[in-house]
Design a binder for this molecule. Structure first.
Ligand code: GLA
Length: 377
């Protein structure tokens, strides 16, 4: 499962606890009508706060006021659109928002989700006193297997026990950090925890790339595109998530998004970098004067390349491919001199070849994203 990073939408970043069945239906409709489904988005994921009570036998039920027709009917609706439905639980007694957690009910929760037709489970880590991550996540993995319905298993323990070291074979993706915020450069201090900016999440990914690959991905958290950052910032955020082969789980209101937001989320050339079949994350090649240069090896000996401007001011950039030695130390792949057409993936046009020095201006908090397309295949 998840041979390329999962793509979909999740309730949390925009709506937090305010979830209900009508909203999920509306988002499924919008995912189709906006062109997102066509661009590869598949999962509609309900995060925290869908839960009602457990019955006398311990089976969980959705909140009857928010989900009056129940989860099975909702899954049927989402499936009828050609999409898949995801749900959320927690390894502890209670979820992060205080709803019933799965602790002690793992097998019957997995069975219940399978009966409803759930396709994806995000499994959180609040209220887990006395538990250890690897054991708790293995228990739920085995419960999902036993339930017999394929479900993508999303580990969400915020990087606390280095899940990249044990997550392969346990889950399909694991969060690497604390929660994201719709802020490009400033963290938000909540006292007991930090909500991270896009840049500080990027800074925590570079050494993790060797742990990711088809079926097991680093998860730098869900997207904040369309949730209040500028278009430059959204574009840089989205491009970098694709360079990192991150799961692309949108977190904005799909029913009201602007054309600019839609254009970012549905840029198929950029998404193709994320979904590349090699499944190798990009790496930071250099960092000079607030501009980071990143490379990601792609199938057919192509490369994606980014100039990420971390400063608020524009930066002139130049890059002479003939003078650089770009090697991916995981795959051993090398950018060969003079061999590629250079394509701008946001402008959708070829801008030259690697024979010539590249010169450009990158605006503040923005990105230049290129593909180096190998010639003479
Ligand atoms: C944690 C997770 C978030 C979200 C909330 C829900 O903070 O990291 O992504 O699921 O819980 O309460």
């Amino acid at each position: 499962m998840a041979l390329t990073p999962p793509m979909g939408w999740n309730t949390w970043n925009k709506f937090a606890c305010n979830v209900n069945e009508q909203m999920i239906r509306d988002m499924a409709d919008a995912m189709v009508s906006s062109g997102m489904k066509d661009a590869g988005y598949l999962y509609i994921n309900i995060d925290d706060c869908w839960h009602g009570e457990r019955d006398s036998l311990g089976f969980i039920h959705p909140d009857p006021a928010r989900f009056p027709h129940g989860m099975k009917a909702l899954a049927d609706y989402v499936h009828s659109k050609g999409l898949k439905l995801g749900i959320y639980s927690d390894a502890g007694y209670k979820t992060c928002a205080g709803r019933p957690g799965s602790r002690g009910h793992e097998y019957q929760d997995a069975l219940q989700y399978a009966k409803w037709g759930i396709d994806y489970l995000k499994y959180d880590w609040c209220n887990t006193e006395g538990l250890r991550q690897v054991g708790a996540y293995m228990t739920m993995r085995d419960a999902l297997y036993a339930a017999g319905r394929p479900m993508v298993f999303s580990i969400c323990e915020w990087g606390s026990s280095y899940p990249w070291q044990w997550g392969k074979g346990v889950g399909n993706l694991w969060r690497t950090t604390s929660d994201i915020s719709a802020n490009f450069a400033e963290n938000i201090d909540h006292g007991t925890w930090m909500q991270l900016s896009v840049l500080s999440i990027i800074d925590q990914q570079d050494s993790l790339r060797k742990y990711a690959g088809p079926g097991h991905w680093n998860d730098p958290d869900m997207l904040e595109v369309g949730n209040g950052m500028t278009n430059n910032e959204d574009r840089a955020h989205f491009s970098m998530w694709c360079m990192l082969a991150a799961p692309l789980i949108a977190g904005n209101d799909l029913t009201t998004m602007s054309q600019e937001t839609k254009d970012i989320l549905t840029n198929k050339e950029v998404i193709a970098v994320d979904q590349d079949s090699l499944g190798i994350e990009g790496f930071r090649y250099s960092s000079i004067d607030s501009v980071e240069i990143w490379f990601k090896p792609l199938e057919k000996d192509n490369w994606a390349m980014c100039f990420l401007n971390r400063s608020v001011a524009p930066r002139d950039i130049s890059f002479d491919f003939q003078k650089e030695n770009i090697v991916d130390d995981i795959s051993g792949k090398k950018v060969e001199n003079a061999d590629y057409v250079v394509r701008n993936l946001w402008m959708h046009k070829n801008i030259g070849t690697t024979k010539k020095e590249l010169k450009a201006v990158v605006s503040g908090y923005d990105i230049l994203m290129l593909e180096l397309v190998k010639r003479d295949r």
